[in-house]
Design a protein around this ligand. Structure first.
Ligand code: PAF
Length: 291
């Protein structure tokens, strides 16, 4: 999928800041679809909004940079924020309501009770970013309770996130349908991400090794799990020597239901996931493979 072209502005979305304003905005509307975001919206978010629009009468986009999902040394302070630009993009996509609460509105008290992401939340992204998925699931649960959507759309680029959200919905009987949207890629293969804006031109060129590695891995699928891992790692080993280098955090082939490493004899669906740093920017990507 490549970047969807912006549309003419369809109409200004209603921008609401508090749960009370949100309830008023959503009173008497039909089926509601929520697209949860942290803002810095890009083409990938446009495709989530279009999927939401095709499935519901009312589309709500939440824009909230959630401090609970950032570690102490992560990019919370420098995470890109642009509410006017984001609202314009939402207007172009015909979004009905933008919910952009302040941190103190979402977390009026220090958060004591959280949603534990369990063992799946400790693997891959969770191992590199301790506490990250507890922060994600806690804010997603809060957003579900505040917006009360019929369905919520998440991008497949964050494969572990959407798997955990699905599991939370199942384990806690939350009345929300979870819809996954395919990863949007630039024509050169780079997966759309709000963090791509951090990349210099040279870093961006190096970063293409992530999607190249995943493609090489997927093409090796007929040879089994070890062949997939080997083909992807060969591309990443070369990228580690590039200037600037790609510094691998993890490359893993995992079971999509648990995110536990797929054994050499794994058959059926698997997720090949990668995380790496290029310069100061940490990027993730993944593809589904059938073994
Ligand atoms: O994917 C994101 O942007 C965030 O993790 C989410 C789901 C909006 C929760 O803060």
């Amino acid at each position: 999928m490549t970047e969807p072209a912006p549309r003419e502005t369809v109409g200004e979305p209603l921008v609401v800041r508090t749960p009370e304003e949100l309830r008023r905005a959503l009173a008497g509307t039909g089926r509601v679809a929520l697209v949860p975001t942290m803002g810095a919206l890009h083409g990938g978010h446009r495709s989530l909004m279009r999927l939401a629009r095709s499935r519901a009468e009312t589309v709500v986009v939440s824009i909230f940079v959630n401090p609970l999902q950032f570690g102490p040394n992560e990019d919370l302070d420098r995470y890109p924020r642009d509410l006017p630009g984001d609202t314009l993009l939402c207007a172009e996509e015909g979004v009905d309501v933008v919910f952009a609460p302040e941190t103190g509105t979402v977390y009026p008290l220090p958060q004591m009770v959280t949603v534990d992401a369990g063992s799946m939340g400790e693997r891959l992204e969770g191992a590199s970013r301790p506490g990250h998925f507890t922060g994600v699931l806690t804010v997603v649960a809060k957003l579900f309770n505040l917006v009360r959507p019929d369905l919520a759309v998440f991008g497949a680029k964050d494969a572990q996130q959407i798997a955990l959200v699905r599991r939370m919905v199942a384990d806690l009987d939350l009345p929300v349908e979870i819809v996954g949207a395919p990863t949007l890629r630039d024509p050169d293969g780079l997966a759309s991400s709000s963090r791509n804006v951090y990349l210099s031109a040279r870093e961006r060129t190096s970063a293409l090794a992530l999607s190249r590695a995943l493609r090489a891995g997927a093409e090796a699928a007929p040879g089994g799990a070890e062949a997939v891992r080997g083909a992807a790692l060969a591309v990443l080993a070369e990228a580690a020597e590039a200037v600037p280098p790609v510094r691998l955090d993890y490359l893993a082939l995992v079971d999509p239901a648990t995110f536990a490493e797929a054994g050499a004899d794994h058959r059926g669906e698997a997720v090949l996931a990668v995380a790496a740093r290029v310069g100061a920017t940490r990027l993730i990507d993944n593809v589904s493979v059938t073994l």
